[in-house]
Design a protein around this ligand. Structure first.
Ligand code: AQP
Length: 337
């Protein structure tokens, strides 16, 4: 006799990226987006273009609008499947900002002050110019995640501290008001958690460093191949994986391994007796092949504007069906009439 028990739904997963550049970079892709695509098979995945996070630093409204679509198109080009996963824009779901207020009231000022990303970014902006939104950014991020009962959050290493805060806030709310939020686990894949800048391999690749050390996925591939060929390498000649002693070479091996699906050990063997120039040539070829196809798919999505809009509108409806219910529960528990 068939069992009457409904199958257990797959665990939920939430992650987002900011629409703050005309292109994602290779760190965003290998550190997070590539995982997003894989995890769709085992999770009910919810992916978000976090435009409310973007305005924590000044944005030109027209540029921001354009970048929201370009960012969503890149998620789709990477393989996010809107038939299986929810893809939406953060500002289309006002529940995020509403839940963030409740969580802000549970967060200690000292606790928020310890967030290293705020310290770094506010130093860059200057204390007077840094917005209060930049300060409370990690609490909005906590709301993003907790509203969806996400068990798993795939991110790069730089997000670990924010995830810890999210977990603390979930536990604090649950202890004070009764079981409400799922306490999420970060999903950080060690091998690609921190892709380094090609010119400054002591720093992570980032759009704010930009320049010749950052591979923007929608840039001209020839220019990107040139950046790879002029990447800073290390003393010595051997192509070996040694992140402390040879950060530049190890970073190139990590990139090649991730793009080609070949293990680092196999690559080390293949490059025995070869030099850094050979390694760079192969990384440039693998990158060119990947980024060429990625850019083409992104432009296809952008050229079919109404389909992209439909995907985002449908995603917002599906997202709000989940977050609306959780927010109502939160409001009731904190005593809002
Ligand atoms: N270099 C990286 N290696 C691995 N993962 C990375 N991520 C970012 N850089 C690397 C991950 O990408 C996701 C996007 O997060 P975001 O939208 O918050 O992007 P970001 O942190 O603003 O990206 P940047 O380039 O690092 O921006 P700036 O320079 O403005 O700080 C996250 O999961 C992140 O971990």
């Amino acid at each position: 006799m068939p069992s009457s028990k409904a199958p257990t739904p797959p665990p939920r997963l939430f992650s987002g990226m900011q629409p703050t550049a005309d292109s994602l970079h290779l760190g965003n892709y290998l550190g997070a987006l590539a995982q997003w695509v894989i995890l769709q098979d085992s999770h009910q995945a919810i992916y978000c273009v976090v435009d409310q996070h973007a305005i924590t630093v000044e944005q030109d409204p027209d540029v921001l609008r354009r970048r929201v679509r370009v960012t969503a198109a890149q998620f789709l080009a990477a393989g996010v499947d809107p038939a299986r996963s929810i893809l939406f824009v953060q500002s289309h779901a006002p529940e995020h900002a509403q839940a963030a207020w409740v969580l802000q009231c549970l967060t200690g000022f000292g606790e928020a002050s310890r967030m290293t990303q705020f310290k770094d970014k506010s130093q860059r902006e200057g204390a007077e110019r840094a917005s209060v939104g930049l300060f409370t950014y990690p609490i909005l991020q906590a709301a993003d995640i907790l509203l969806y009962d996400a068990a798993v959050v795939p991110v790069g290493e730089d997000q670990r501290q924010h995830l810890e805060l999210t977990r603390d806030l979930a536990q604090r709310f649950n202890a004070r008001y009764g079981q409400t939020f799922v306490v999420p686990e970060p999903h950080i894949v060690k091998a690609t958690a921190k892709i380094l800048d090609l010119q400054r391999p002591d720093k992570q690749m980032s759009k704010s460093l930009g320049g010749s050390g950052c591979l923007f996925l929608l840039d001209d591939v020839k220019a990107s191949a040139k950046k790879i060929k002029s990447a800073v390498t290390d003393l010595g000649r051997e192509v070996v994986f040694d992140p402390d002693g040879k950060p530049g070479v190890s970073n190139l091996l990590t990139i090649l391994s991730a793009l080609s699906g070949t293990s680092i050990e196999t690559l080390e063997k293949r490059f025995e007796g070869a030099g850094y120039g050979d390694l760079k040539k192969e990384v440039a070829a693998a990158y060119t092949e990947f980024a060429g196809g990625f850019a083409e798919r992104t432009h296809q999505w952008l050229s079919d504007g109404s389909t992209l809009d439909d995907v985002l509108a449908d995603g917002a409806v599906r997202a709000r069906a989940i977050s609306g219910e959780r927010l109502a529960d939160v409001y009731r528990k904190v005593g809002f009439a």
